[in-house]
Write a protein that binds this ligand. Structure first.
Ligand code: NDP
Length: 283
């Protein structure tokens, strides 16, 4: 875009009912810190208006946008193409303008992997993943693409668990199995990484993930997608057992980092973004 034609480059967030989205503060802090003349704008978009909104963003020169519930799947027909993991998952949370095309990516799983990389390389590792919803699906696909050895999906609803395991086996040829979650789950010996990909613990510091605490062994990496509270009960219990704990805020910051990288091409400062997010969330 030629200088002077527009005051700012624009990216946005299309969602419904996400007023006060703390991601706005995090992304805008990155733009400001790096002296970028960019804005990140929260936009309330109804399902009926989604196609018009995407066409409008393209017509107005937006460099991309995040999209969250309820648009992650329904946005796909309005885009020009999909990145590798978004195509496998069938869900998009980040749209990037490449030339004249809007390409759908999924940064949830990429953010998780970037956060995980601070502790361990998942290649060749055995993983237990609680949950089979959107976040768990995104994480499982990225772990599969990163070359994990095995994923055990532990989920309450059998139907959702079956669907995720079938996707991992069929599309990624991964060694994946489902355990339908009934009562306390025992993490198998030899597991390297344990992940809570459910919403258990969100705004509920005392909520307990049903598992045998004694099956968490020193040295295991235990990660939570829940970011509020930052130190969930699972992470506190895991740290007390000598595990290496990874919080969900790191995943959220890193998916923001991946988004900024995709839109602007720069590697933004992670510390600045985390501080802005923590301030916006009051944690
Ligand atoms: P979904 O609604 O798609 O999935 C929820 C998952 O949690 C399902 O597997 C569901 O099981 C399980 N679950 C919920 N309650 C219970 C319960 N009481 N007992 C057993 N299982 C339960 O949600 P998302 O995947 O979109 O989000 C999950 C969490 O991830 C949320 O807390 C969200 O805030 C967080 N998140 C964090 C991100 C980050 O960057 N840190 C990014 C995206 C999400 P079932 O299939 O049986 O219903």
């Amino acid at each position: 875009m030629s200088e002077g034609k527009f005051l700012h480059e624009l990216v946005g967030s299309m969602s419904q009912g996400a007023a006060g989205n703390p991601t706005v503060a995090m992304i805008e802090a990155a733009f400001a810190h790096h002296g970028l003349h960019w804005r990140y704008i929260n936009m309330e978009v109804t399902p009926e208006d989604l196609g018009t909104a995407v066409r409008g963003a393209k017509a107005m020169g937006f460099r991309g946008f995040n999209c969250s519930l309820p648009h992650k799947v329904t946005v796909i027909p309005h885009l020009d193409g999909l990145g590798e993991s978004a195509a496998v998952m069938g869900a998009v949370n980040c749209v990037v303008r490449r030339g004249e095309k809007f390409i759908g990516e999924n940064t949830d799983g990429k953010g998780f992997l970037k956060s995980l990389a601070s502790l361990v390389d998942p290649k060749g590792k055995s993983v237990v993943l609680f949950g089979a919803g959107g976040a768990a699906r995104a994480i499982a696909v990225e772990l599969g693409l990163a070359g994990v050895k095995r994923i055990t999906v532990v989920n309450r609803s059998e139907a959702r668990g079956v669907e995720l395991v079938a996707l991992l086996r069929d599309k990624l040829k991964l060694d994946a199995e489902l355990v339908v979650w009934r009562g306390d789950y025992t993490v198998p010996a030899g597991t390297d990484i344990v992940i809570n990909g459910t919403s258990i613990g969100l705004y509920a510091p005392d909520a307990r993930l049903a598992h045998d605490l004694n099956s968490l062994k020193p040295g295991m990496v235990v990660a939570d997608v829940v970011f509020n509270p930052v130190r969930t009960r699972l992470l506190e219990d895991a740290a007390a057992r000598g595990c290496r704990a990874l919080d969900g805020l790191g995943m959220l910051v890193n998916q923001g980092i991946v988004g900024v990288q995709c839109w602007t091409g720069i590697e933004p400062d992670a510390v600045v973004m985390r501080q802005a997010l923590e301030a916006a969330m009051g944690v």
